[in-house]
Design a protein around this ligand. Structure first.
Ligand code: SF4
Length: 459
Protein backbone atom coordinates (compact mmCIF):
# COMPACT_ATOMS: atom_id res chain seq x y z
CA UNK A 1 0.00 0.00 0.00
CA UNK A 2 1.20 3.58 -0.77
CA UNK A 3 1.89 6.28 1.77
CA UNK A 4 -0.78 7.40 4.24
CA UNK A 5 -1.96 11.01 3.85
CA UNK A 6 -3.72 13.15 6.43
CA UNK A 7 -5.57 16.01 4.73
CA UNK A 8 -6.94 18.93 6.74
CA UNK A 9 -9.16 21.53 5.08
CA UNK A 10 -9.46 25.16 6.16
CA UNK A 11 -11.64 27.95 4.80
CA UNK A 12 -14.38 28.10 2.22
CA UNK A 13 -16.54 25.58 0.35
CA UNK A 14 -14.25 25.83 -2.68
CA UNK A 15 -11.46 24.46 -0.50
CA UNK A 16 -13.73 21.62 0.65
CA UNK A 17 -14.38 20.77 -2.99
CA UNK A 18 -10.66 21.01 -3.84
CA UNK A 19 -9.87 18.60 -1.00
CA UNK A 20 -12.27 16.12 -2.60
CA UNK A 21 -10.37 16.51 -5.88
CA UNK A 22 -7.05 16.05 -4.06
CA UNK A 23 -8.37 12.82 -2.48
CA UNK A 24 -9.26 11.58 -5.92
CA UNK A 25 -5.88 12.51 -7.47
CA UNK A 26 -3.91 10.84 -4.65
CA UNK A 27 -6.14 7.76 -4.33
CA UNK A 28 -5.74 7.09 -8.06
CA UNK A 29 -1.97 7.03 -7.57
CA UNK A 30 -2.04 4.53 -4.68
CA UNK A 31 -2.04 6.84 -1.66
CA UNK A 32 -4.51 6.16 1.12
CA UNK A 33 -5.91 8.43 3.80
CA UNK A 34 -5.17 8.44 7.54
CA UNK A 35 -7.56 9.83 10.12
CA UNK A 36 -4.85 11.34 12.37
CA UNK A 37 -1.47 13.00 11.83
CA UNK A 38 0.14 10.26 13.97
CA UNK A 39 -0.87 7.59 11.44
CA UNK A 40 0.24 9.69 8.46
CA UNK A 41 3.42 9.72 6.37
CA UNK A 42 2.26 12.89 4.64
CA UNK A 43 0.28 15.77 6.17
CA UNK A 44 -1.38 18.21 3.79
CA UNK A 45 -3.01 21.44 4.98
CA UNK A 46 -5.39 22.90 2.40
CA UNK A 47 -5.28 26.54 3.45
CA UNK A 48 -7.17 29.80 3.15
CA UNK A 49 -5.59 33.25 2.73
CA UNK A 50 -8.64 35.41 3.20
CA UNK A 51 -7.85 36.64 6.72
CA UNK A 52 -4.87 37.05 9.04
CA UNK A 53 -6.46 34.65 11.51
CA UNK A 54 -6.18 31.89 8.89
CA UNK A 55 -2.44 32.48 8.57
CA UNK A 56 -1.92 32.43 12.30
CA UNK A 57 -3.73 29.09 12.59
CA UNK A 58 -1.57 27.46 9.94
CA UNK A 59 1.70 28.73 11.43
CA UNK A 60 0.54 27.52 14.86
CA UNK A 61 -0.16 24.10 13.36
CA UNK A 62 3.25 24.00 11.66
CA UNK A 63 5.01 24.71 14.95
CA UNK A 64 3.26 21.65 16.44
CA UNK A 65 4.67 19.48 13.62
CA UNK A 66 8.32 20.29 14.44
CA UNK A 67 8.75 17.78 17.31
CA UNK A 68 6.96 15.07 15.28
CA UNK A 69 9.33 15.68 12.38
CA UNK A 70 12.30 15.34 14.74
CA UNK A 71 11.03 12.05 16.20
CA UNK A 72 10.30 10.61 12.76
CA UNK A 73 13.72 11.65 11.46
CA UNK A 74 15.36 9.86 14.39
CA UNK A 75 13.32 6.74 13.65
CA UNK A 76 14.04 7.13 9.89
CA UNK A 77 10.33 7.36 9.19
CA UNK A 78 8.79 9.83 6.73
CA UNK A 79 6.79 12.87 7.80
CA UNK A 80 6.24 15.14 4.81
CA UNK A 81 4.31 18.37 5.45
CA UNK A 82 2.65 20.18 2.58
CA UNK A 83 0.83 23.52 2.38
CA UNK A 84 -1.81 23.63 -0.34
CA UNK A 85 -4.44 26.16 -1.40
CA UNK A 86 -4.57 29.94 -1.33
CA UNK A 87 -1.88 30.52 1.29
CA UNK A 88 0.49 28.32 -0.74
CA UNK A 89 -0.22 30.34 -3.88
CA UNK A 90 0.10 33.66 -2.06
CA UNK A 91 3.27 33.02 -0.07
CA UNK A 92 5.00 30.36 -2.22
CA UNK A 93 8.75 30.03 -1.27
CA UNK A 94 8.25 32.14 1.86
CA UNK A 95 6.48 29.16 3.44
CA UNK A 96 9.60 27.00 3.03
CA UNK A 97 11.32 29.23 5.59
CA UNK A 98 9.34 27.33 8.21
CA UNK A 99 11.36 24.21 9.07
CA UNK A 100 8.28 21.99 9.10
CA UNK A 101 7.34 22.66 5.46
CA UNK A 102 8.49 20.35 2.64
CA UNK A 103 5.90 21.05 -0.03
CA UNK A 104 3.99 24.10 -1.32
CA UNK A 105 1.28 23.58 -3.96
CA UNK A 106 -1.18 26.18 -5.28
CA UNK A 107 -4.81 25.52 -6.34
CA UNK A 108 -4.00 25.03 -10.05
CA UNK A 109 -1.19 22.50 -9.49
CA UNK A 110 -2.92 19.63 -7.66
CA UNK A 111 -2.41 17.18 -10.52
CA UNK A 112 1.32 17.30 -9.75
CA UNK A 113 0.86 16.33 -6.07
CA UNK A 114 1.60 12.58 -6.34
CA UNK A 115 4.86 13.19 -8.22
CA UNK A 116 5.95 15.99 -5.92
CA UNK A 117 5.39 13.87 -2.81
CA UNK A 118 7.25 11.00 -4.50
CA UNK A 119 10.20 13.30 -5.29
CA UNK A 120 10.45 14.51 -1.69
CA UNK A 121 10.35 10.92 -0.40
CA UNK A 122 13.31 10.11 -2.70
CA UNK A 123 15.43 13.24 -2.43
CA UNK A 124 14.38 14.82 0.87
CA UNK A 125 14.41 18.16 -0.97
CA UNK A 126 11.49 20.64 -0.81
CA UNK A 127 9.16 21.12 -3.78
CA UNK A 128 7.07 24.13 -4.84
CA UNK A 129 4.38 24.20 -7.56
CA UNK A 130 2.38 27.41 -7.68
CA UNK A 131 1.64 28.29 -11.29
CA UNK A 132 -1.72 29.82 -12.13
CA UNK A 133 -3.44 28.30 -15.13
CA UNK A 134 -5.87 29.91 -17.58
CA UNK A 135 -7.43 26.55 -18.34
CA UNK A 136 -7.36 24.17 -15.35
CA UNK A 137 -10.87 23.27 -14.16
CA UNK A 138 -10.25 19.63 -13.06
CA UNK A 139 -13.49 18.80 -14.87
CA UNK A 140 -12.26 15.29 -15.76
CA UNK A 141 -11.60 14.36 -12.11
CA UNK A 142 -14.38 12.75 -10.09
CA UNK A 143 -14.07 14.10 -6.53
CA UNK A 144 -13.92 11.61 -3.66
CA UNK A 145 -16.85 13.01 -1.68
CA UNK A 146 -17.02 13.40 2.05
CA UNK A 147 -20.05 11.72 3.55
CA UNK A 148 -23.11 13.86 4.06
CA UNK A 149 -26.26 15.07 2.34
CA UNK A 150 -24.71 17.87 0.27
CA UNK A 151 -22.35 17.59 -2.68
CA UNK A 152 -20.32 20.62 -3.79
CA UNK A 153 -19.79 21.17 -7.51
CA UNK A 154 -17.32 23.80 -8.68
CA UNK A 155 -18.76 25.22 -11.90
CA UNK A 156 -15.95 27.70 -12.45
CA UNK A 157 -12.64 28.73 -10.92
CA UNK A 158 -10.89 32.04 -10.38
CA UNK A 159 -12.13 35.61 -10.28
CA UNK A 160 -11.61 38.66 -12.51
CA UNK A 161 -13.14 41.25 -10.21
CA UNK A 162 -10.14 42.42 -8.18
CA UNK A 163 -12.06 43.85 -5.25
CA UNK A 164 -9.29 45.82 -3.55
CA UNK A 165 -9.39 43.88 -0.26
CA UNK A 166 -9.43 40.40 -1.78
CA UNK A 167 -6.60 38.02 -2.44
CA UNK A 168 -8.62 35.49 -4.46
CA UNK A 169 -7.77 36.79 -7.99
CA UNK A 170 -4.07 36.37 -7.08
CA UNK A 171 -4.42 32.93 -5.48
CA UNK A 172 -6.97 31.36 -7.83
CA UNK A 173 -6.25 33.18 -11.08
CA UNK A 174 -8.54 34.24 -13.92
CA UNK A 175 -12.14 33.14 -14.34
CA UNK A 176 -12.71 29.95 -16.30
CA UNK A 177 -15.91 27.90 -16.51
CA UNK A 178 -16.39 24.17 -16.77
CA UNK A 179 -18.45 22.85 -19.66
CA UNK A 180 -22.15 22.52 -18.92
CA UNK A 181 -22.04 18.88 -20.01
CA UNK A 182 -19.32 17.98 -17.48
CA UNK A 183 -21.34 19.66 -14.70
CA UNK A 184 -24.58 17.90 -15.69
CA UNK A 185 -22.72 14.58 -15.86
CA UNK A 186 -21.51 15.16 -12.29
CA UNK A 187 -25.02 16.07 -11.13
CA UNK A 188 -26.49 12.91 -12.70
CA UNK A 189 -23.83 10.80 -10.94
CA UNK A 190 -24.60 12.46 -7.62
CA UNK A 191 -28.29 11.65 -8.02
CA UNK A 192 -27.40 7.98 -8.57
CA UNK A 193 -25.12 8.09 -5.50
CA UNK A 194 -28.09 9.33 -3.49
CA UNK A 195 -27.10 12.92 -2.69
CA UNK A 196 -30.31 14.88 -2.11
CA UNK A 197 -28.62 18.29 -2.45
CA UNK A 198 -26.04 19.81 -4.78
CA UNK A 199 -24.45 23.23 -4.30
CA UNK A 200 -22.95 24.96 -7.33
CA UNK A 201 -19.80 26.88 -6.43
CA UNK A 202 -17.98 29.78 -8.01
CA UNK A 203 -16.25 32.95 -6.81
CA UNK A 204 -18.82 34.86 -8.86
CA UNK A 205 -21.35 32.44 -10.34
CA UNK A 206 -22.85 35.24 -12.47
CA UNK A 207 -19.70 35.05 -14.64
CA UNK A 208 -20.39 31.42 -15.61
CA UNK A 209 -20.33 31.02 -19.41
CA UNK A 210 -20.40 27.97 -21.64
CA UNK A 211 -20.84 28.98 -25.29
CA UNK A 212 -24.09 30.95 -25.39
CA UNK A 213 -25.23 29.58 -22.03
CA UNK A 214 -25.01 31.61 -18.85
CA UNK A 215 -25.54 30.78 -15.18
CA UNK A 216 -29.34 30.97 -15.38
CA UNK A 217 -29.24 28.48 -18.28
CA UNK A 218 -27.00 26.19 -16.25
CA UNK A 219 -29.37 26.37 -13.25
CA UNK A 220 -32.29 25.54 -15.52
CA UNK A 221 -30.48 22.49 -16.89
CA UNK A 222 -29.45 21.30 -13.41
CA UNK A 223 -33.01 21.76 -12.08
CA UNK A 224 -34.28 19.56 -14.91
CA UNK A 225 -31.98 16.62 -14.09
CA UNK A 226 -34.36 13.89 -12.88
CA UNK A 227 -34.03 13.16 -9.17
CA UNK A 228 -32.30 16.38 -8.06
CA UNK A 229 -34.12 17.29 -4.87
CA UNK A 230 -32.35 20.49 -3.81
CA UNK A 231 -30.04 22.92 -5.57
CA UNK A 232 -28.13 25.74 -3.95
CA UNK A 233 -25.50 28.11 -5.32
CA UNK A 234 -22.90 30.48 -3.94
CA UNK A 235 -21.97 33.28 -4.49
CA UNK A 236 -23.39 35.82 -6.93
CA UNK A 237 -21.93 39.34 -7.12
CA UNK A 238 -24.48 42.17 -6.67
CA UNK A 239 -22.94 44.16 -9.57
CA UNK A 240 -24.23 41.80 -12.27
CA UNK A 241 -26.86 39.61 -10.61
CA UNK A 242 -28.98 38.23 -13.48
CA UNK A 243 -32.70 38.96 -13.14
CA UNK A 244 -33.27 35.98 -15.44
CA UNK A 245 -31.94 33.77 -12.62
CA UNK A 246 -34.71 34.99 -10.28
CA UNK A 247 -37.33 33.80 -12.77
CA UNK A 248 -35.58 30.42 -13.05
CA UNK A 249 -35.55 30.17 -9.24
CA UNK A 250 -39.26 31.01 -9.14
CA UNK A 251 -40.05 28.37 -11.78
CA UNK A 252 -38.23 25.37 -10.25
CA UNK A 253 -39.25 24.26 -6.76
CA UNK A 254 -36.05 22.23 -6.36
CA UNK A 255 -33.94 25.42 -6.45
CA UNK A 256 -33.73 26.58 -2.82
CA UNK A 257 -35.05 30.04 -2.15
CA UNK A 258 -31.92 31.43 -0.55
CA UNK A 259 -29.55 34.03 -1.99
CA UNK A 260 -26.22 34.89 -0.44
CA UNK A 261 -25.52 38.39 -1.73
CA UNK A 262 -22.25 39.84 -0.36
CA UNK A 263 -22.77 43.51 0.52
CA UNK A 264 -19.35 44.25 2.13
CA UNK A 265 -20.22 47.88 3.06
CA UNK A 266 -23.14 50.30 3.08
CA UNK A 267 -21.17 53.49 2.41
CA UNK A 268 -20.77 54.43 -1.26
CA UNK A 269 -17.37 55.95 -0.53
CA UNK A 270 -16.13 52.66 0.98
CA UNK A 271 -17.79 50.56 -1.74
CA UNK A 272 -15.91 52.67 -4.28
CA UNK A 273 -12.58 52.17 -2.46
CA UNK A 274 -13.34 48.45 -2.36
CA UNK A 275 -14.03 48.56 -6.15
CA UNK A 276 -17.29 46.71 -5.70
CA UNK A 277 -18.76 48.65 -8.66
CA UNK A 278 -22.24 49.07 -7.21
CA UNK A 279 -23.74 51.67 -4.90
CA UNK A 280 -25.85 51.16 -1.79
CA UNK A 281 -28.86 52.40 -3.78
CA UNK A 282 -28.26 49.87 -6.55
CA UNK A 283 -27.89 47.12 -3.97
CA UNK A 284 -31.22 48.11 -2.39
CA UNK A 285 -32.95 48.15 -5.77
CA UNK A 286 -31.65 44.63 -6.45
CA UNK A 287 -32.98 43.48 -3.08
CA UNK A 288 -36.40 44.96 -3.94
CA UNK A 289 -36.41 43.15 -7.28
CA UNK A 290 -35.41 39.86 -5.61
CA UNK A 291 -38.24 40.22 -3.08
CA UNK A 292 -40.76 41.18 -5.78
CA UNK A 293 -40.03 38.05 -7.78
CA UNK A 294 -39.19 35.71 -4.86
CA UNK A 295 -41.05 37.05 -1.82
CA UNK A 296 -40.16 34.05 0.36
CA UNK A 297 -36.45 33.97 -0.36
CA UNK A 298 -33.98 34.35 2.49
CA UNK A 299 -31.14 36.81 2.02
CA UNK A 300 -27.77 36.50 3.70
CA UNK A 301 -24.63 38.55 3.24
CA UNK A 302 -20.95 39.23 4.04
CA UNK A 303 -19.85 42.52 5.57
CA UNK A 304 -16.35 43.88 6.22
CA UNK A 305 -15.94 46.25 9.16
CA UNK A 306 -13.06 48.73 9.43
CA UNK A 307 -11.93 48.94 5.80
CA UNK A 308 -9.20 51.64 5.55
CA UNK A 309 -10.50 55.17 6.18
CA UNK A 310 -13.92 53.91 7.39
CA UNK A 311 -15.37 56.63 9.62
CA UNK A 312 -18.20 56.34 12.13
CA UNK A 313 -20.46 57.94 9.48
CA UNK A 314 -19.46 55.30 6.92
CA UNK A 315 -20.15 52.62 9.51
CA UNK A 316 -23.55 54.15 10.27
CA UNK A 317 -24.41 53.91 6.56
CA UNK A 318 -23.63 50.18 6.74
CA UNK A 319 -25.84 49.91 9.83
CA UNK A 320 -28.69 51.71 8.02
CA UNK A 321 -28.42 49.45 5.00
CA UNK A 322 -28.37 46.32 7.18
CA UNK A 323 -31.52 47.57 8.91
CA UNK A 324 -33.23 48.46 5.63
CA UNK A 325 -32.51 45.12 3.98
CA UNK A 326 -33.12 43.10 7.16
CA UNK A 327 -30.91 40.18 6.18
CA UNK A 328 -31.81 36.78 7.56
CA UNK A 329 -28.21 36.45 8.69
CA UNK A 330 -24.82 37.99 8.00
CA UNK A 331 -21.17 36.97 8.20
CA UNK A 332 -19.47 40.05 9.61
CA UNK A 333 -15.66 40.29 9.63
CA UNK A 334 -13.03 42.81 10.61
CA UNK A 335 -10.93 44.06 7.70
CA UNK A 336 -7.68 42.18 7.53
CA UNK A 337 -4.98 43.44 5.17
CA UNK A 338 -3.82 40.77 2.73
CA UNK A 339 -0.40 40.85 1.14
CA UNK A 340 -0.46 41.59 -2.59
CA UNK A 341 -3.93 43.14 -2.74
CA UNK A 342 -4.67 46.61 -4.12
CA UNK A 343 -5.83 47.77 -0.69
CA UNK A 344 -2.58 46.59 0.92
CA UNK A 345 -0.61 48.63 -1.63
CA UNK A 346 -2.77 51.76 -1.67
CA UNK A 347 -4.56 52.18 1.68
CA UNK A 348 -2.91 51.99 5.11
CA UNK A 349 -4.88 49.77 7.53
CA UNK A 350 -5.73 52.86 9.61
CA UNK A 351 -8.85 51.86 11.55
CA UNK A 352 -7.58 50.79 14.98
CA UNK A 353 -8.22 47.30 16.35
CA UNK A 354 -10.29 48.84 19.16
CA UNK A 355 -12.57 50.70 16.75
CA UNK A 356 -12.99 47.61 14.56
CA UNK A 357 -13.92 45.57 17.63
CA UNK A 358 -16.36 48.21 18.86
CA UNK A 359 -18.09 48.46 15.47
CA UNK A 360 -18.25 44.73 14.84
CA UNK A 361 -19.76 44.09 18.29
CA UNK A 362 -22.43 46.72 17.62
CA UNK A 363 -23.27 45.44 14.15
CA UNK A 364 -23.39 41.79 15.22
CA UNK A 365 -25.88 42.74 17.95
CA UNK A 366 -28.04 44.69 15.45
CA UNK A 367 -28.03 41.75 13.05
CA UNK A 368 -28.72 39.32 15.91
CA UNK A 369 -31.89 41.23 16.76
CA UNK A 370 -32.98 41.34 13.11
CA UNK A 371 -32.39 37.58 12.74
CA UNK A 372 -34.27 36.94 15.99
CA UNK A 373 -37.34 38.88 14.81
CA UNK A 374 -37.28 37.27 11.38
CA UNK A 375 -37.05 33.80 12.89
CA UNK A 376 -39.86 34.55 15.36
CA UNK A 377 -42.14 35.04 12.35
CA UNK A 378 -41.63 31.35 11.50
CA UNK A 379 -43.38 30.20 14.68
CA UNK A 380 -46.51 28.29 13.74
CA UNK A 381 -45.36 27.87 10.13
CA UNK A 382 -44.29 24.64 8.43
CA UNK A 383 -40.81 24.37 6.91
CA UNK A 384 -39.31 21.57 4.85
CA UNK A 385 -36.04 20.45 6.35
CA UNK A 386 -33.33 18.34 4.72
CA UNK A 387 -31.96 16.32 7.64
CA UNK A 388 -28.16 16.47 7.97
CA UNK A 389 -27.58 14.41 11.11
CA UNK A 390 -28.13 14.11 14.83
CA UNK A 391 -28.01 17.32 16.81
CA UNK A 392 -25.00 17.44 19.12
CA UNK A 393 -26.83 20.06 21.22
CA UNK A 394 -29.87 17.99 22.19
CA UNK A 395 -30.12 14.21 22.70
CA UNK A 396 -32.71 12.48 20.52
CA UNK A 397 -32.92 15.50 18.22
CA UNK A 398 -31.99 15.86 14.56
CA UNK A 399 -30.64 18.88 12.71
CA UNK A 400 -31.05 20.11 9.16
CA UNK A 401 -31.66 23.14 6.97
CA UNK A 402 -34.92 24.48 5.63
CA UNK A 403 -35.27 25.66 2.05
CA UNK A 404 -33.98 29.11 3.06
CA UNK A 405 -30.88 27.52 4.68
CA UNK A 406 -31.98 28.16 8.27
CA UNK A 407 -30.75 25.61 10.81
CA UNK A 408 -33.67 23.67 12.26
CA UNK A 409 -33.68 21.23 15.20
CA UNK A 410 -36.45 18.76 15.98
CA UNK A 411 -36.95 15.59 18.04
CA UNK A 412 -37.42 12.31 16.22
CA UNK A 413 -36.88 8.70 17.27
CA UNK A 414 -36.61 7.69 13.61
CA UNK A 415 -33.66 7.59 11.23
CA UNK A 416 -34.32 10.64 9.10
CA UNK A 417 -30.87 11.37 7.69
CA UNK A 418 -31.04 12.57 4.08
CA UNK A 419 -34.82 12.83 4.17
CA UNK A 420 -36.77 16.03 3.76
CA UNK A 421 -39.23 16.29 6.63
CA UNK A 422 -42.02 18.71 7.33
CA UNK A 423 -41.46 20.59 10.59
CA UNK A 424 -43.88 22.85 12.41
CA UNK A 425 -41.83 25.59 14.04
CA UNK A 426 -42.58 26.09 17.74
CA UNK A 427 -39.66 28.20 18.94
CA UNK A 428 -36.90 30.27 17.36
CA UNK A 429 -33.84 32.26 18.28
CA UNK A 430 -31.46 34.34 16.16
CA UNK A 431 -29.74 31.30 14.64
CA UNK A 432 -32.08 28.32 14.87
CA UNK A 433 -35.67 27.19 14.44
CA UNK A 434 -37.02 24.50 16.80
CA UNK A 435 -40.06 22.40 15.92
CA UNK A 436 -41.75 19.06 15.64
CA UNK A 437 -42.36 16.79 12.67
CA UNK A 438 -45.84 16.91 11.14
CA UNK A 439 -46.44 14.21 8.52
CA UNK A 440 -43.31 12.10 8.84
CA UNK A 441 -41.51 12.45 5.57
CA UNK A 442 -41.91 14.69 2.55
CA UNK A 443 -39.34 12.82 0.52
CA UNK A 444 -36.62 10.26 1.02
CA UNK A 445 -33.11 10.26 -0.38
CA UNK A 446 -33.05 7.54 -3.04
CA UNK A 447 -30.13 5.52 -1.70
CA UNK A 448 -26.60 5.61 -0.45
CA UNK A 449 -26.68 9.01 1.21
CA UNK A 450 -24.55 8.28 4.21
CA UNK A 451 -23.99 9.88 7.63
CA UNK A 452 -21.44 12.21 9.15
CA UNK A 453 -20.26 15.58 7.93
CA UNK A 454 -16.82 16.02 6.35
CA UNK A 455 -13.72 17.01 8.32
CA UNK A 456 -13.59 20.74 7.76
CA UNK A 457 -12.14 23.37 10.03
CA UNK A 458 -14.04 26.64 9.65
CA UNK A 459 -12.10 29.86 10.16
S1 SF4 B 1 -15.74 39.04 -6.37
FE1 SF4 B 1 -14.33 40.31 -5.19
S2 SF4 B 1 -14.48 39.45 -3.08
FE2 SF4 B 1 -15.36 37.90 -4.47
S3 SF4 B 1 -13.61 36.54 -4.95
FE3 SF4 B 1 -13.69 38.08 -6.57
S4 SF4 B 1 -12.26 39.69 -5.91
FE4 SF4 B 1 -12.74 38.42 -4.11
Amino acid sequence: MGQAVYLQTYGCQMNEYDSELIRSILTNRGYHFASTTEEADVVLLNTCAIRENAHRKIYGQLDLFLPIKKQRAKARQPFIVGILGCMAQNLKDELLEHRAVDLVVGPDSYRALPDLIGNIAKTNQPEVAAFLSEYETYSDIAPVRQEGVNAWIAIMRGCDNFCTFCVVPYTRGRERSRSMESILHEVRQLVVMGYPQVTLLGQNVNSYRCGDDDFADLMTAVAQVPGVQRIRFTSPHPKDFPIKLLHVMAEYPNICKHIHLPLQAGSNRILDLMRRTYTAEEYLRLVDTIRDILPMTTLTTDIIIGFPTETEDDFQETVRLVQQVAFDSAYIFKYSERKGTIAAREYPDDVTAEIKTDRIVRLIEIQRQISFHKHQSYIGRKVHVLVEGKSDKQDGHWIGKDDGNITTIFPSPLQTLGETVSIEVQQANSSTLYGVTTDHSVSVAPRGCIPVAGVVTPL
